[in-house]
Design a protein around this ligand. Sequence first.
Ligand SMILES: Cc1cc2nc3c(=O)[nH]c(=O)nc-3n(C[C@H](O)[C@H](O)[C@H](O)COP(=O)(O)OP(=O)(O)OC[C@H]3O[C@@H](n4cnc5c(N)ncnc54)[C@H](O)[C@@H]3O)c2cc1C
Length: 564
Amino acid sequence: MKTDEMIETDVLIIGGGIAGLYAGVEAVSRGQRVVILIKGPTCSVSIGGCSVAFRKSPFGDSPAQFFDDLIMGGKHLNDRSLIAILAYESEPVLNELVQMGIQFQKRNDELALRKTAGNSLPRTVYYGLSTLGLNMTKGFLKCLDLKGVKLLRNTTVISLIKDHSRVLGASAISSQGELLFVHSKATILATGGAGSLYSFCTTPRSIDGDGYRMAFEAGADLMDMEFVQFEPFVFVTPPRSKGGTVFTSSIWEGAKLQNAHKEEFLPKDSKGVVLDLTKDVLSRLIYSQVSSGRGTRNGGVYLDWRGLPSKSLSNYPRFVKKCQSKGVDPYKVPLEVAPAAHHMMGGVTIDSYCRSTVKGLFAAGEVTSGIHGANRLAGAACIDGLVFGKRAGKYAAMYAKQNELLPKNVFKEIVHEHLRRLNNLINVDDGREKDFNKIIHRVKLIMWNKVGIIRNEKDLQEAVGELSRLNTLVNQAKISKPKYRGLYFKTKSACFVSLCIAKAALIRQESRGDHTREDYLERDDLNWLKHIVFSSSNKGELQIRLRGTEAENPPSWFDQELSE
Ligand SMILES: Cc1cc2nc3c(=O)[nH]c(=O)nc-3n(C[C@H](O)[C@H](O)[C@H](O)COP(=O)(O)OP(=O)(O)OC[C@H]3O[C@@H](n4cnc5c(N)ncnc54)[C@H](O)[C@@H]3O)c2cc1C
């Protein structure tokens, strides 16, 4: 096996969503060499709205109001220092995007703002139907291209490379199935979430939790893994639209949500206006209808747009066109929707400089934890990816300026050891790869049926038992050929990350945000205003501890001052 497919860089970024790309733009603008490795499609291109606290908003918004909304939505489990940054930096970051030429919807020459789930005021910017994420992605890519940044697509990072104390880069499989080693001064993880661990989800298949596994294996802490957000309005039919999302904002504009008996079931105020409901509440209300036999034959409920005033319908021309092209006409028939796994609130713990607990490893975007607490507000993932993507790029660049690469021969030694472990995986006579796709399929069903929207102890115990077995099986498994490495690591991520989610859900004996336990229906601040943290023992075993919401003693590498 050759070890000469090596790239050296100052900042390595893993992931090509808004967090990774914006981090790249920032790091390269600070004079650093940047390499970005991208496995596949992103969630970011699907972003329709981005929530921002504009100080001169006609609706009287402010960063403090946004902060309060985030805390309310996150059920007080948010990291206050992180969300203060998010709320206060949202407007300057958005202004920067406008200056970069990224387009947003305007009304009377001002940015148009929409009211979306969990935001107490209209503060969500958008563009057309849902092309905002695409606009941003294209804008960042153009900028990276102009600066000559190396961007390797169809390249799957399989593990982070470390010496005894810090992350030094990553190993990856290229589009040709070859191994690739990147040696970096700073590494940013921006691999997004893990929606595809559930059998019904809104995310692309490549969003499968790799980042959580790799960070944990490198020694980083993971937190709040039990909090998985389900998007309430996701097409269950027609098959060509299945998994596509419908705007939650439509229910405040006059769309009706009805069960199979055409009964409306959302709570309303005395004037008949649907209450301000977050996505977790909407998902539970729909799930309850379906699980109590009041759902449609396809396991959904009806979202009827026929009563929407024409002024509101005109907000969604491309959506309506897209529906029509896929065989549903919102003007003529109600849409059939149900909740699907959508977003991870938990993940890698970071500080305000986006540093993980492992030296040299930064993280941004959905792979991190602490920002959304127990539930995220609509449009808040986008601004999270932008604000912290930019920060990760900035501080990783500063860190890279202060640190040197290892001498080539020393890094080669480390890679040799890494390679030895990778080669140990291969046993021509005992390859188990035939089972891997079955294992992934099984994991998705367990997650959907037992670790889903409404949970209980019996189901969770069964899930933990089965996922532990599968996790052990994969850890002991061999592959018969190097070409199965990608599948091996994908299966490993699926089992490990699902196990973390299930274990944390079993431990948390209360209901909060997106974690609903039918056997502990109440929120219990006295005992559970706490985080469940997973860390790795010296032997790489999973250690679990509870942590209060106050800051902990930071790891020693946080002492290093990051300055311009
Ligand atoms: C359908 C849909 C609609 C949404 N709409 C909104 C919205 O309107 N507003 C909002 O705020 N949020 C929305 N979200 C959530 C939001 O899109 C995500 O939280 C956000 O885009 C995450 O950005 P990210 O950069 O962290 O990750 P992503 O955009 O998911 O990108 C992750 C990247 O990492 C890569 N990657 C993963 N593993 C590896 C690996 N092992 N090696 C190399 N690369 C890897 C992936 O291929 C991908 O390129 C939506 C999500 C979905 C699925």
